[in-house]
Design a binder for this molecule. Structure first.
Ligand code: PSU
Ligand code: MN
Length: 307
């Protein structure tokens, strides 16, 4: 199976030496952010991770090869999308590899690949979860199921803003996935630091997070772990204001009859307009802050394991 994987030399060397590595996803590059912010963000998050003494491993599928660690040229292709780039979750992996296609990996697929490459920490913006109309649509992200069976710690600022936070947290509880606040006792709401949903577990800083993750791995608890890290204060948009924008965007989606996988891009574009671009600024800020936190956790973890 490993022959289908291309582990970039610096990532392979870091893993070999037991040095810290942080996985980064690519759906956010190809499908979550507009050009050219997406390319800039991908390169900046990698630089942030490196500045913390940790090796970044951005994960994607290029010409059917599973890449762990990308070149700037790979990132450019994923960001420009001049050729088709599929959104790849766990169920899409075999298809995209067999057909030698390009794929941007979601949280679920990135976790699956990271784990098989030996990477334990992964940073993203927001995970998928339970949609607000899931009672009718059954739309529940494969990310939640992946967290039940792939032991990778995921740093995220909550779930996609358009989801049902309460239902997602209930489901993570039922599935036995730890959800731990990093510097917060409330589950963050992506663009907002607060959501009104209290967390039962929290850690104050990255060193404490590393000890928790270490215990999780030593106990061989074979689930993932979600570390909920709020958007930086300066870029956050208050929860009530955001909820009003999201409600309007959802109404526009219903009026326009947008369905299925077109829903998220449609809503994110409306939210960007309604917030005058502030949602994009918050999204970029939280992605960078999460990468920094994940890099520090990975460094702490690797120090602990070496010493
Ligand atoms: N959060 C965002 N934008 C995104 C995503 C999350 O604000 O583009 C991506 C992540 O890659 C996540 C995926 O894993 O969406 C979930 O997609 P779905 O709901 O189709 O499983
Ligand atoms: Mn979905």
């Amino acid at each position: 199976m490993k022959t289908l994987f291309d582990i970039a030399p610096p990532v392979a060397q870091a893993l070999e030496a037991g040095n810290p590595v942080v996985a980064l996803e690519s759906t956010v590059i190809s499908h979550g952010l507009p050009w050219p912010d997406n390319k800039q963000l991908a390169l900046e998050t990698e630089a942030i991770v490196r500045a913390e003494g940790t090796e970044p491993a951005t994960i994607a599928i290029i010409d059917g090869r599973i890449k762990v660690g990308l070149t700037e040229a790979d990132i450019d292709r994923l960001a420009r999308k001049r050729e088709p780039v599929l959104k790849v979750s766990r169920r899409d992996l075999s298809y995209v590899v067999a057909r030698r296609m390009n794929g941007a990996t979601t949280v679920a697929a990135t976790m699956w690949i990271a784990h098989r490459a030996g990477i334990r920490i992964f940073s993203t913006g927001g995970i998928g979860g339970v949609h607000r109309e899931a009672r009718e649509s059954f739309d529940i992200s494969a990310d939640l199921y992946e967290l039940t069976r792939t032991p990778v710690a995921v740093v995220a600022s909550g779930v996609k803003s358009i989801l049902d936070i309460g239902a997602t947290l209930e489901m993570l509880e039922s599935l036995g996935v730890p959800v731990v606040g990093l510097g917060t006792d409330e589950f963050p709401a992506f663009y907002s630091r607060r959501s009104g949903h209290r967390l039962h577990q929290s850690v104050t800083d990255e060193a404490e997070a590393a000890r928790l993750i270490d215990a999780h791995f030593r106990l061989n608890i074979d689930t993932g772990l979600l570390l909920a890290h709020p958007v930086p204060e300066a870029e956050q948009i208050p929860f009530d204001r955001m909820e009003a924008h999201i409600a309007r965007a959802l109404q526009m989606q219903a009026d326009a009859g947008v369905h299925g996988k077109d829903i998220t891009p449609f809503l994110l574009a409306r939210i960007k307009e309604l917030t005058g671009g502030r949602s994009l600024q918050a999204n970029l800020a939280l992605l960078k802050a999460n990468a920094r936190a994940a890099a520090r956790i990975a460094r702490s973890l690797s120090k602990g394991n070496k010493g």
